[in-house]
Design a protein around this ligand. Structure first.
Ligand code: GLU
Length: 292
């Protein structure tokens, strides 16, 4: 029997704004899961989309992680430095015939809509590059249990403006960094089976996936930079960490600890993967994002 691959986890923020309480939960969850299993934990800056980024946010996120004691292994991987690898992966897919050019607009397809090779781009027209998704894959989420994959369709890997898309870069870099476990927010649950398929197309082994319930405001909207989530106050890391642990259902939230290091050591030792779902399948508990 071969030994399982060593645990390698990651936190992969997009620098569209400073770290907020919702992203702290993903960071803390993936950090504790990795450290509890004596694994390595990496930070990857997903700075692929300059028009959506906020100047200085990448550094601010890193300082926030440090203030909360979430120290990473190796140096940070910046996706803005990885364009050659993404171009090479597109080339591989092109050669295998699973890529096609598409001139459809979002207005025609709707968000996340599929083209299905129905359009016929005119010469010189701006096109995105899409990969065919066979769909139907299932996977075992290590937080949520067995999951049905998305249906067949296609996904944009390179946008019309020439920028590489998240759907491509995340797979290329999870493979490059040999990530074995991805623990992230449930907003990406619907992307997972497509990502697993892309790993297979690129002859790579996919990691295992776990998805944490999203932090929502009182109206049930995901707390995000786009919905105006407040930046974390880096001057009260202990209180922020306690709130994150409480949300993650960890008994360590109540532990007596006088420092961030002490609290994290207790949280690592006692980490448990929790589904945090009530009987009706709703995330627990609702939180307005104000650490208490
Ligand atoms: N960069 C993504 C975000 O900030 C996360 C991607 C991932 O964890 O796969 O939402």
């Amino acid at each position: 029997m071969t030994a399982p691959p060593p645990y390698r986890g990651r936190f992969a923020p997009s620098p569209t704004g400073p770290l907020h309480f919702g992203s702290l939960i993903a960071a803390v969850g993936s950090y504790l899961d990795a450290r509890h299993r004596h694994g390595r934990w990496f930070v990857r800056m997903e700075d692929l989309d300059p028009p959506r980024e906020m100047p200085g946010a990448a550094d601010r996120i890193l300082r926030s992680l440090e203030a909360h004691g979430l120290t990473w292994d190796d140096s940070v991987l910046y996706q803005s430095q990885r364009h050659e690898a993404y171009a090479a992966a597109l080339d591989t897919l092109k050669k295998s015939g699973s890529l096609f050019c598409c001139s459809c607009t979002r207005a025609v397809l709707g968000p996340g809509g599929h083209c299905g090779r129905r359009c016929s781009p005119k010469p010189g027209e701006a096109t995105s590059e899409r990969v065919v998704v066979a769909g139907g894959g299932t996977f075992d989420d290590f937080i949520l249990g067995p999951q049905e994959g998305a249906n067949a369709g296609d996904a944009v890997l390179r946008r019309k403006d020439g920028l590489f898309a998240y759907a491509l870069a995340v797979v290329v870099d999870d493979a490059y960094q040999a990530i074995s476990h991805v623990l992230r927010g449930q907003d990406l649950l619907g992307e997972t089976s497509g990502q697993i398929e892309l790993f297979e197309r690129l002859n790579q082994t996919p990691p295992g996936y776990g998805h944490l319930p999203l932090l929502c405001d009182r109206r049930g909207h995901k707390l995000s930079k786009q919905t105006g989530a407040r930046a974390l106050d880096d001057h009260q890391p202990l209180a922020n960490l306690r709130s994150a642990l409480h949300y993650l259902g960890q008994g360590a939230a109540q532990a007596e600890a006088g420092s961030v290091e002490e609290l994290l050591a207790i949280a690592i030792a006692h980490w448990q993967r929790q589904p945090l779902i009530d009987n009706a399948g709703r995330p627990l508990p609702h939180h307005d994002g104000i650490p208490r």
